[in-house]
Structure formats: structure tokens, C-alpha cells
Design a protein around this ligand. Structure first.
Ligand code: RB5
Length: 166
């Protein structure tokens, strides 16, 4: 069993690709939890994005994989949580860079955009690539600073919207 704990989720537009990715994760003996959805019945992607993003943000899981029709909506929703860096990747170069440079903790993909073969390669590269730190750590810190300046930390602490936590 690989050490990385993965939370995976999708909407109806990503259900079939999620099932393919799960098969691959099982074959690689990876540790994952499926947050749904569990059929092609229509659901709202922000609901699934929230569950997976919370699981990653809270530290219950190391990484998340989110799939919808395009990978766009589900990633936009996930990125609303403080500390989430969801990256839409439809090629292996971007998948590697999203880890090395951006320390992405959620990968998003679109079932209506790429096939299962490429998606599987993207997931493999993304899971196997580490953040390189250095100058990139400074930039990630600046992203966190933006979140704090915009009230992300204060809303987590239950302060009034816009109230400064510094
Ligand atoms: C659902 O039809 C579709 O809008 C959704 O899967 C996703 O592509 C949104 O960004």
C-alpha cells in the first residue's frame, strides 16, 4: 500500500472516468476513499468538490482527485477552500509542474476532454512527483498570504467577514 492517502470524487460528468481511475489506483495498491458520486444521475459538482477539498484541507487525506465533465467547475469550487491548490491537468507536463512548482494538493480532470489512458498517465505522474520547494515555496506562501488578506483565515476562525486576523 502506497503511503499517499487519496480522496477521489466526481460529478455525473466524471463518473465513468472516476471508475477507470479507481481501477488503476486499486491495481497500484494505492490507499483511497471514494466520495462519490456513485452513478451517472445528475448531481451538483460543488457538493462533491467540498467533501473532497475538506478531507484534504483537514489533513485526513494527502491528495485529492476530482473529475467532472471538463474539470473546470469542480476545480473552481475546490479552490474556494483555504489551503486548497487544485490544478486542472490534461497533459503530463502540467501534472508534473503542478506538483513541482505549485504543490497542487488536488488534481482535476474532465471526462469529456481526455480519455482514460491519458488520464491514468496524468494521475501516475501527479502522484509520483514531489514539490521542489525553493523559490516556489515563496510563491506558495504568497498565495496563502492572499487567502489571509482576503479573510480566509478570519472566516475559519469564526470572525466577522472582512475582520482582520492580524
Ligand atoms: C455537468 O453537465 C458539467 O457542467 C460539469 O460536469 C462540469 O463540466 C462543470 O464544470
Amino acid at each position: 500500500m502506497s503511503g499517499i492517502k487519496i480522496a477521489i470524487g466526481c460529478d455525473h460528468g466524471g463518473f465513468r472516468l472516476k471508475e477507470e481511475i479507481k481501477k488503476m489506483l486499486q491495481e497500484q495498491n494505492r490507499d483511497f476513499n471514494d466520495y462519490g458520486t456513485f452513478s451517472e444521475d445528475s448531481v451538483d459538482y460543488p457538493d462533491i468538490a467540498l467533501e473532497v477539498a475538506k478531507a484534504v484541507r483537514d489533513g485526513s487525506f494527502d491528495r485529492g482527485i476530482l473529475i467532472c465533465g471538463t474539470g473546470i467547475g469542480i476545480g473552481i469550487a475546490a479552490n474556494k477552500l483555504v489551503g486548497i491548490r487544485a490544478a486542472l491537468c490534461h497533459d503530463t507536463f502540467s501534472a508534473r509542474a503542478s506538483r513541482e512548482h505549485n504543490n497542487a494538493n488536488i488534481l482535476t480532470m474532465g471526462e469529456r476532454v481526455i480519455g482514460a489512458g491519458l488520464a491514468g498517465d496524468i494521475v501516475k505522474v501527479w502522484l509520483e512527483t514531489d514539490f521542489v520547494g525553493g523559490r516556489h515555496a515563496r510563491r506558495i506562501q504568497k498565495i496563502s498570504d492572499i487567502e489571509q488578506a482576503d479573510g480566509g483565515i478570519s472566516s475559519q476562525k469564526g470572525l466577522n467577514p472582512g475582520e482582520s486576523c492580524r
